[in-house]
Ligand binder design. Sequence first.
Ligand code: SAH
Length: 377
Amino acid sequence: MASLPNAAGAAASGSSGARPVDKEVDFANYFCTYAYLYHQKEMLCDRVRMDAYHSAVFRNAPHFKGKVVLDVGTGSGILAIWSAQAGARKVFAVEATNMAEHARELARANGVADIVEVIQGTVEDVELPEKVDVIISEWMGYFLLRESMFDSVICARDRWLKPDGVMYPSHARMWLAPIRTGLGDKKREDFDIAMDDWSLFVQDTQTYYGVNMNALTKAYRAEHEKYYLKSSIWNNLHPNQVIGQPAVIKEIDCLTATVDEIREVRAQVTMSIRMEARLSALAGWFDVHFRGSAQNPGVEEIELTTAPDEHGGTHWGQQVFLLTPPLSVNKGDNVNISFSMVRSKENHRLMDMEFTNELHELSGRKHPAVTTKMYLE
Ligand code: SAH
């Protein structure tokens, strides 16, 4: 999944655990899109996503056969229906939005209504009559953690998973890579046009209405800088845009992770550059794996990756974080990156990031560190 239509308007939705999340605001800003079939269909049409979950369930059918499954955020019900088709004895399919009604209908129409029990409500509040053997969920947002839905999966796991139960997916990783892209040039151009337009507005307002708006220029610039240059950009990149070694910046074991472990992500990585290029951005993406647990391994490990792929992308794409200014790099150079990502104070489902990059040329020359703030909204 990947959505959050009202990011800009989501300012009041609580913070990362310090303040309780206002449920009504969260419904208005976050859950509302998921109530549309239009949006569920977008996810159902993502072939990479669908193939991975389908293989994960059916090639690991022994994990499901005769077992009790909890589908966290069932949406249209697809993962619950597959779990039933793979032989589950019982599937609890929990969905917060009215999409629950469609899921119920779909389970009925596909002959598994006796196995799939759709429960409308948040998984945090749900009461189940028994513990479960498997938790399946598609909780991943842009750059894995946007939307913070994994918190709900952790809550469900701690409340309902049996001690020897398994998580689908079982593991997740976040990646960063140095890339070349023209996206920044376009954004800088758009930013300059917006600021030129503001100058004309200031002149006109003085001329025609006798008020000098210049006192607001700084704030207008900051607002637009954030929008054009400091917000990450969705893109499905071509692998040849990746100009150095991608690095893992976070690994999550879904069976043991805690909310504290994912509330903040900090990493220091070195990326070696493999060609002469203009390093204009970093790209972030994720992958998840379905491999059961050490105690209860799967039959076949399945990977769902959202890395750049020449054969097409996913609806998650990658997130592009512009570097200002871009750097000229050569084969053999190293870029050290210090990365941090915390939840936005205004909305716990959005992320504030900071990148500090330091270029060490192969020749030994070290460039000064440059820090960039970025927003994943
Ligand atoms: N499982 C479906 C839908 C994934 S989208 C599929 O794979 O196609 C994630 C769904 O989880 C959305 O429909 C959203 O409304 C639901 N959701 C998110 N957080 C939830 C929570 N805490 N409790 C119940 N449902 C939740």
